[in-house]
Write a protein that binds this ligand. Structure first.
Ligand code: DC
Length: 222
């Protein structure tokens, strides 16, 4: 019997950072599902496929192999056998991932990969539809939120740290667009399920958020 913690929330709420820390503390495997959509998005970009052309995106997706391996405890995403972890963290790939994740056939393929990973391992899984669709019986569901201005500022700081010179207003606009698309799509939109614990990380430190979530799990007495 394995344990499952689902962490859903909008882009930039800190899901990956927090889920990594919580999984380390509890000795669980961390599964970042956004990385799988990002790998599919990279695949479309590499093949010159228009993200709005559903038929072509789905056709490419069907002949694409996405898999996950753990290297020194860190998740690595493989696209047709190539480790693409270093290539998927750009705003462009994130935006294309958000666009192609509206297609049911793309989701079907990645959801079954996600569910298979949670069968035999204790997992902390982060995404948009984990508590609602992927792991509806998860032991603990968290909805991790933050004010959109705070989330845009975090993205902005991240890019500045990488030596880039981003425009805050562009990042904010893109984030709002992404929020809208992720919450309004027909297939498995981002929703706050009624049984999720709501955590607003806007004015919390990473450590505080990690402790709050670990504590919620311990409270279950599992
Ligand atoms: O969490 P992220 O920014 O890496 O996710 C990139 C995009 O992938 C996100 O905007 C929507 C999509 N996604 C999804 O539809 N379902 C998930 N479980 C995870 C991500």
């Amino acid at each position: 019997m394995s344990y499952q913690i689902a962490i859903d929330g909008p882009a930039g709420a800190g899901k990956s950072t927090i889920a990594k820390l919580v999984s380390k503390e509890l000795g669980f495997v961390y599964v970042d599902t956004g990385a799988m959509y990002r790998a599919m998005a990279l695949n479309c970009l590499n093949n010159g496929i228009d993200k709005n052309d559903e038929e072509s995106v789905v056709a490419l997706c069907e002949k694409t192999d996405v898999s996950i391996k753990y290297i020194d405890g860190e998740q690595a995403v493989f696209l047709n056998g190539e480790n693409v972890n270093g290539l998927i963290r750009t705003p462009e790939v994130g935006n294309v991932a958000s666009s192609i994740s509206v297609y049911g056939k793309v989701r079907e393929k990645l959801v079954s990969l996600q569910q298979s990973l949670a069968v035999s391992e204790n997992v902390v899984m982060g995404g948009r539809d984990i508590g609602s669709v992927v792991l509806p019986n998860a032991d603990l569901k968290i909805y991790l939120d933050a004010d959109v201005n705070v989330r845009a500022k975090r993205r902005f700081d991240e890019l500045v740290q990488k030596g880039e010179a981003p425009s805050f207003d562009t990042i904010l606009e893109e984030m709002k667009e992404r929020d809208y698309r992720d919450t309004h799509r027909d297939n498995s939109p981002l929703v706050r399920v009624p049984d999720a614990v709501y955590v607003d990380s806007s004015y919390m430190t990473i450590e505080e958020v990690k402790d709050a979530i670990s504590e919620e799990f311990r409270k279950l007495g599992k």
